[in-house]
Design a protein around this ligand. Structure first.
Ligand code: MG
Length: 387
């Protein structure tokens, strides 16, 4: 028994005031369509994506770049979702007893358990449709918006996708609806009307269909509760202490007999912080972005580089949650300068001072820092995906 998915991707952005199909909107760094394809990884054998001819090239590009365990094909849909799914069914090379799931591509946060529930129910009962108990009171109203009666909520469910059926049942239901000009609001209603029992399985409140603009906010918050939306970074740097150079740490000039040697202002603490930021955003390191062979960066204030680094990080789709910098120096005393350091960093990268911590320690005269040959710094940061 093989398992197929028809992914209905023929929607538009009209209800969202978006200028394009909402499956192309980006959630947590990837298109909605990509996320909805990935929901079925390792769970099915074949997928048919049904889209509008105008969207074909973009759908193909996203589909081709999405590596999954199953094979995919793309076909064109019709004027309505129902016509589109029927077209998809006609393209399946399925046996009568195979399982077919139908899923809305605009649902990209469906938990894997829901897909598994649907497949298991198809195997046991010949169908599986995810539903969640209605929590709001449900009322019937007439066309003038006067309430006729209050429904008994006990047995009411809100229905989601993917909905799963045996291929021969679903195809028969779709063909009959087509010939009888019946249109339903979901796949199950077509199957129900030809007398085939449909079995409910637990859905999920995380299984949100993007219809209105507000849904996108909900989707973002569901996606953000996913750990993959957070990234940590670590940076470390060392500079040599020499005579005749200024000592600048976190953008603050500290009076001292020795200063740090380097191509830029040699602000070892900011260099560690920048490497942490770039690392968390998978953007390489400061050597890649600001090579010390470039005249452009000679004696430059590292605060400028930090500002540019944060732009690189934000352009990559991340924002800072917090950063913690540790400066390791035997001398001079750094503590009095820390509030000013925090202030400089926060102002440069446009964040709250509460998001930045700077601390300093000695090495009890051990090692190169202890012998005052150099100063080292390390930094960690946490980034959050913003798109
Ligand atoms: Mg450096």
């Amino acid at each position: 028994m093989k398992k197929f998915v028809i992914l209905a991707a023929g929607g538009s952005g009209t209800r969202m005031n978006a200028d394009r199909n909402k499956i192309f909107l980006t959630v947590s760094g990837s298109p909605v369509l990509k996320k909805s394809i990935l929901l079925f990884d390792d769970l099915v054998d074949e997928m048919v994506i049904v889209c509008k001819p105008d969207d074909f090239l973009l759908v193909k590009e996203i589909s081709d770049s999405t590596i999954v365990s199953f094979s995919k094909q793309i076909t064109f849909g019709g004027d309505t979702r129902q016509h589109s799914v029927l077209n998809g069914l006609k393209h399946l090379h399925a046996d009568p007893e195979d399982i077919v799931l139908v899923h809305d591509a605009a649902r990209c946060t469906t938990p894997k358990e829901v897909v598994i529930n649907v497949i298991d129910s198809c195997i046991r009962y010949g169908s599986g449709v995810p539903g969640i108990p209605a929590v709001n009171t449900m009322k019937y109203a007439d066309s003038e918006h006067f309430i006729k009666f209050t429904a008994d909520r006990e047995n009411l469910f809100e229905i989601q996708t993917p909905q799963g059926f045996i291929y021969k049942d679903l195809y028969k239901a779709y063909l009959l609806s087509e010939s009888e000009h019946y249109s339903g609001t979901d796949d199950s209603s077509l199957v129900e009307r030809i007398g085939i029992p449909v079995h409910l399985v637990p859905g999920s409140r995380r299984n949100i269909k993007i219809t209105e603009k507000d849904d996108l906010m909900m989707i973002h918050s569901v996606a953000e509760s996913d750990f993959s939306s957070y990234r940590i970074g670590y940076g470390y740097d060392v500079h040599r202490l020499v005579e005749g150079r200024r000592l600048i740490l976190c953008g603050v000039e500290i009076p001292h007999s020795l200063g740090l040697l380097g191509h830029s202002d040699a602000d070892v603490a900011l260099h560690a912080l920048m490497d942490a930021l770039l690392g968390a955003a998978s953007q390489g390191d400061i050597g890649k972005h600001f090579p010390d062979t470039s005249e452009k960066y000679k004696d430059i204030s590292s605060l400028h580089l930090l500002h540019e680094t944060m732009q690189i990080v934000r352009n990559a789709g991340y924002d800072l949650m917090n950063a913690d910098v540790t400066i390791i120096a035997q001398k001079p005393k750094i503590l009095p300068y820390i509030p000013e350091m925090v202030h400089h960093i926060a102002r440069t990268i446009d964040c709250d001072e509460m998001q930045i911590n700077v601390k300093a320690t000695t090495t009890e005269k051990l090692g190169f820092e202890g012998r005052e040959e150099g100063i080292s710094a390390s930094a960690v940061c946490l980034l959050k995906r913003i798109y």
